[in-house]
Design a protein around this ligand. Structure first.
Ligand SMILES: *[C@@H]1O[C@H](CO)[C@@H](O)[C@H](O)[C@H]1NC(C)=O
Length: 210
């Protein structure tokens, strides 16, 4: 991925310059990019409130048209990363097939269980379970739930607040991770299981995420 990084950065910055009017860089106004959309262009889906992040994610998810859910997963990840000025993740069809395989295993029990035994993670992996509310749990719910752990993470100590969990957040913002693939399944009992896999995996012991 190294050689393409400057290109990604450029397309990201270029998009940023194109979509954010100079005078309105830090606040949303009714006159932002969305309202300047040319007629005939498809409207972004309702979850995509940030045109910059949506555009960058769509460009990094070339085959995603058929699976709108993929782009939704990617968009929410990149919202968190771009807020930290980190390069956006690209969608990985290989990670996606792995995640789909694991999600299919969970359809019957909806158990909040990792695909790797403890200490033997070959890929980064974040998992989510939604019970009550059933099939209404969306990719954004999972990613926002993971990202919310950020308040408990101390960069200075590179540690999580006692008794709290930060590893889902640190995986999302892990700088050396370049790609993600996820899957969402509505289980037989009506709950939802979601899983995302990351490459290269983050949360390397003794290293900071960024
Ligand atoms: C879109 O998200 C980026 C990254 O979080 C942020 O810098 C930018 O201000 C946002 N733009 C709008 C219009 O909200």
């Amino acid at each position: 991925m190294r050689p393409v990084a400057p290109l990604l950065l450029c397309s990201l910055l270029c998009l940023h310059l194109l979509t954010i009017p100079p005078a309105a860089h830090s606040s949303r106004s009714p006159h932002d990019a969305a309202s300047h959309r040319r007629e005939g262009q498809p409207e972004p889906p309702s979850y995509a409130r940030n045109a910059t992040v949506y555009g960058a994610s769509a460009a990094l998810c070339p085959g995603c048209g058929a699976w709108a859910e993929s782009l939704e997963f990617l968009y929410y990840h990149n919202l968190v990363r771009l807020a930290r000025w980190e390069l956006p993740l690209a969608w990985s069809p290989r990670m996606e097939s792995y995640a789909r395989w694991w999600a299919a295993q969970r359809r019957g029990d909806c158990a909040l269980r990792h695909s790797f035994p403890e200490g033997q993670f070959a890929l980064g992996e974040n998992i989510f379970w939604g019970g009550a509310g059933g099939s209404s749990w969306r990719p954004g719910d999972a990613v926002q739930d993971w990202a919310a752990e950020g308040v408990d993470y101390s960069y200075a100590a590179n540690a999580c607040a006692p008794g709290r969990e930060c590893a889902h957040y640190t995986q999302i913002v892990w700088r050396d991770t370049t790609s993600v693939g996820c899957a969402r399944v509505v289980c037989d009992d009506g709950g939802v299981f979601m899983t995302c896999n990351y490459y290269p995996p983050g949360n390397v012991v003794g290293q900071r995420p960024y």
